[in-house]
Design a protein around this ligand. Structure first.
Ligand code: SF4
Length: 294
């Protein structure tokens, strides 16, 4: 049996000096793959999903670090998240899942996203909308950005603050909606409605999100894939993958245009002003993701 060659894959380390990815190469075949230096999640299957996404990032971009393959990578992760969530939800007894067409309570809250997802969304908008339609979307996003500016996380759980992509109760970017949105599947639509309409229910949920009504598995699928993309793109390519606010990130992309994407691809931090706030969506998802390791 040949000894595997191991080497750190990281070109970047986190603020604690840690690298999470390691490259393992078979000396005989030359085949190489990324593994984790230590578990990120308690659940083994979640760590496996992290490495699936990190390896996809590596194999997709190692020959060409450019926007088209990066967008393709984001879409693949989105597709896989939906596919795995649907497989889980399809096995539940009929009537267990409360979500249905036109129900959009969960689209009235801050949404976390990564730069690569935001870029994939705007790429789709530019590909499919006319100039007039794109201007209308940009106006709606700008209005939502103004409403959200200075509002607390709690205040953004509000019927007055719908996601700008919500149109007549439907997601207008369904095919490229963020990973987080794909993870949100509820067992209780009335509880979702209360969180948006009743400040006491909202505060209780924000104080203890684990008591929420979303199925944990789809949330964990989406988060594991997101973490894999974050680690792969940051550690291998030095790309800024810190969590962003959906509305703020899309607003930046639509107002600044393609130069912003190029800066991001060069390893700069053009999304700084769109960073998701501490105590917002990230605090809630940290609980739902099943206890991340150190
Ligand atoms: S992107 Fe779509 S699914 Fe996500 S919050 Fe907005 S409207 Fe809802």
């Amino acid at each position: 049996m040949h000894k595997r060659h191991e080497q750190e894959a990281a070109v970047r380390r986190d603020e604690h000096g840690r690298a999470h990815l390691r490259l393992i190469r078979d000396p005989e075949t030359g085949a190489a793959q990324l593994t984790l230096t230590a578990a990120v999640f308690k659940e083994k299957w979640q760590n496996e999903l992290v490495t699936v996404a990190a390896n996809a990032a590596w194999s997709t971009l190692r020959d060409e670090l450019d926007l088209p393959p990066a967008v393709e990578l984001a879409r693949s992760a989105m597709h896989l998240a939906s596919e795995m969530s649907e497989q889980f939800l399809d096995k539940l007894p009929a009537g267990t899942v409360a979500c249905k067409s036109g129900c959009a309570h969960c689209c009235h809250q801050p949404v976390g996203i990564t730069a690569i997802e935001a870029i994939a969304i705007v790429d789709r908008l530019r590909q499919t909308l006319s100039e007039t339609e794109l201007s209308r979307v940009a106006e709606r996003v700008a209005e939502a950005r103004e409403k959200a500016r200075g509002a607390s996380t709690a205040e953004r759980f509000s019927a007055e603050q719908p996601c700008p992509f919500l149109e007549a109760g439907q997601c207008s970017i369904y095919d490229v909606r963020p990973l987080v949105c794909r993870g949100m599947n509820s067992r209780d639509a009335e509880a979702c409605a209360r969180i948006v309409s009743d400040p006491a229910a909202r505060d209780e949920f924000l104080a203890n999100p684990a008591t929420g009504h979303a199925f944990a598995v789809p949330v964990r699928v989406s988060l594991s894939l997101s973490v894999g993309l974050q680690l792969g793109l940051f550690e291998l390519y030095g790309l800024d993958m810190r969590p962003l606010d959906l509305i703020a990130a899309i607003h930046l992309l639509l107002t600044r245009g393609p130069p912003l994407e190029s800066e991001w691809l060069l390893g700069e931090a053009p999304f700084e002003s769109a960073r998701a706030s501490e105590g917002g969506i990230d605090a809630r998802t940290r609980v739902l993701m099943g206890g991340a390791g150190s």
